[in-house]
Design a protein around this ligand. Structure first.
Ligand code: SF4
Length: 143
C-alpha cells in the first residue's frame, strides 16, 4: 500500500485539487496550535508593526520548546477577522497556513484526505496541484 512518507509513488501521484473558498473555517473552531519559528515571528511582527519582543508578549505562547500563536478562548486564531472572515496578517502568514491542506497528516491516506475534504470546502475542488507542488508543501512543514 502506498503511503505519503518516503514512498516513491504516493497515492496522490496524479495530483490533488484545492481552491480556498475563503470560508475561514480553518482559522476558527476547535482549539489548536499555529506553530511559528523565529523568522515567522519576525515577519509577523513587521506585518503588525511591532517589535519582536512586543509581538511575542502579545501574540505568542510557549508550548514546550516550541512557539504557537495565541488564540481566542473559542479557538479562533488571534489574527482572524470575524467581519471579513479573513486573515489580518495574510501576507506574512506562517508556513503552517501557507501549506494547508497539503500536510503529512492530511496526505497519509486517501481516507485522511477525504476527511480533510469534508472539513475544508476548498479541498478536493478547484485548481489541480501536481505532485511536485504537493510534495514541496508537504516537506515545508510537518503537521
Ligand atoms: S477551511 Fe479551506 S476553504 Fe475554508 S478558509 Fe480554510 S482553506 Fe479556505
Amino acid at each position: 500500500m502506498s503511503t505519503a512518507a518516503g514512498d516513491k509513488t504516493p497515492w496522490y501521484q496524479d495530483g490533488l485539487r484545492f481552491k480556498c473558498t475563503g470560508c475561514g473555517d480553518c482559522c476558527t473552531g476547535a482549539p489548536g496550535y499555529v506553530w511559528v519559528n523565529k523568522a515567522e515571528i519576525a515577519a509577523l511582527a513587521a506585518e503588525v508593526e511591532l517589535s519582536v519582543a512586543d509581538f511575542e508578549r502579545k501574540y505568542v505562547r510557549k508550548i514546550g520548546i516550541r512557539k504557537s500563536l495565541v488564540e481566542y478562548a473559542d479557538g479562533d486564531c488571534v489574527f482572524f477577522d470575524p467581519e471579513s472572515r479573513g486573515c489580518r496578517v495574510y501576507a506574512a502568514r506562517p508556513r503552517q497556513c501557507r501549506t494547508w491542506p497539503f500536510w503529512d497528516s492530511n496526505l497519509k491516506s486517501p481516507e485522511a484526505w477525504q476527511a480533510t475534504c469534508e472539513e475544508c470546502p476548498g479541498a478536493g475542488r478547484g485548481k489541480l496541484y501536481q505532485l511536485d507542488a504537493i510534495e514541496t508543501a508537504r516537506k515545508t512543514f510537518h503537521v
